[in-house]
Design a protein around this ligand. Sequence first.
Ligand SMILES: [Zn+2]
Ligand SMILES: [Zn+2]
Length: 496
Amino acid sequence: MSLCRVRLFNANLQQGFRGRRQFLNFARIFKPAAHESTMLDLFHPFSESPFPAVKARGETVHSLAPCPVCSSTGTKPLRVKFECPDCGWPTHCSEEHWEIDEEHAKFCPRLREVNEDEHDLRSGRRMHEFELPGPQAYEEAISFANWDLFWYTRGFSSMDTERSRRHASKLLTYPLTIGSVLHQNSGLTLNNHRVTPEGSRSLAALRMTLHVAPGAPDTEEAGVAKPQIRIFILGARAESSLPPHVWEQLCMLFPSCHFHLYFIGPQVSLPRLRDDWGSQERASTQSPKEDSATAKAASEQEKPPLYVPNVYEPPTPKPIARLKRTRSSLKLYGVPSYTVPYSPQLTITGIQANYMEVHAQFRDTFDPYTDLFFLFSPGFGFPSPSSCSERDRERCLQIASPTEWGPVIPALLATRCAIFVTGFSPADIERDIRSLDEVPDVADELEWIVTPGENPFRSEKWEVADFDPRVIVKTNWGLWGIRGKGKEVQVDYCRR
Ligand SMILES: [Zn+2]
Ligand SMILES: [Zn+2]
């Protein structure tokens, strides 16, 4: 048994009380290798894929994406129909247009990679890259220089192939993007100019709660008297549907810390409805409107679509599993929501609402020593799908839109807590940052804490837009951070 498996095994024994996942891991670890199935041929044109979901995605692209060659000639473009034999994606209206398109060579290798990754995920092979290690021994330092050093120092099974690296990084990018910024071993520092002096003070304040005094063992016992760290993840989508045991990887970077994650946004994933999902509670607290929404959600669950297109914004993720201790928080927040105390170190709350609907309930409780915000690809610089500016009746940007980020960002700046933002490409980051200048309430009130740049803990997997397979990005490609101006956050060492 390799060292890291011994460690995983021990950790699972120690953690056995935490429930089923560890037990499943335990079973997986000892599954004989002979049972592993591998699918040697991972490449299939979408229309010939053995997996209905991949086939359905090909049909979605066919129905949405215009042929790039038709588009360049100024005629009304036909939809893509012809599948490139090298990448398997529907890329052009016809073989003729595929043949004369020299640009496609730029995208083809990435598209081929995505094709094979999608088939690999469904191949039924043992996904060792999704086996996550247990708690870190306190004397073993974790490196946040890059994915490889992180995996090595955290005792993950070795990631032998680029494909494994892509799968694992996609799974872990959300918790690790947060963890790698907050941790005292973060690769973002004053020296490499990724952290500003103001940022250094904000992070120092948070790290007083995240870590223990220098020299003291950073263990669960050391955290008994510590306040909770609250991470508000606004506009949450895919990250709200990650299984809690993946978020637990964030906790394991800070053994003495208690985390409360709040996923807040209209696309937050709520627990799957079941017959025993507090029917009495529901009857007593839900309005007729909610009942019809619940019935609609339930009927949608009965017939899940094979593939949900990622048209202009990522789709709302599927409902998540309902755990034993999951409770509805509808009474507390007045909107569809749940809370689950997942482990002694981790509590998760999901609130399916615009942030401003619940801001008043949190407004007076924020503290820059314990609270922070994360906004994953918020799309500040994209036109609002619902609001027009009064001046020229053009679509306003989401950063200024009253129904999107318009009222939210000034409210967050007023808390003085750190706000971290990611984007999926250099252009996306630039668009979001430029949009800040559109809103005087934001531009004049912010100061930088983390300068914009690449995020070493981005997903290494390419994400392809269904409406144009030439749009290919990486989740959490880059990262930046701001906070509200105002009186200085004094790092008060007496608080430790
Ligand atoms: Zn064409
Ligand atoms: Zn191709």
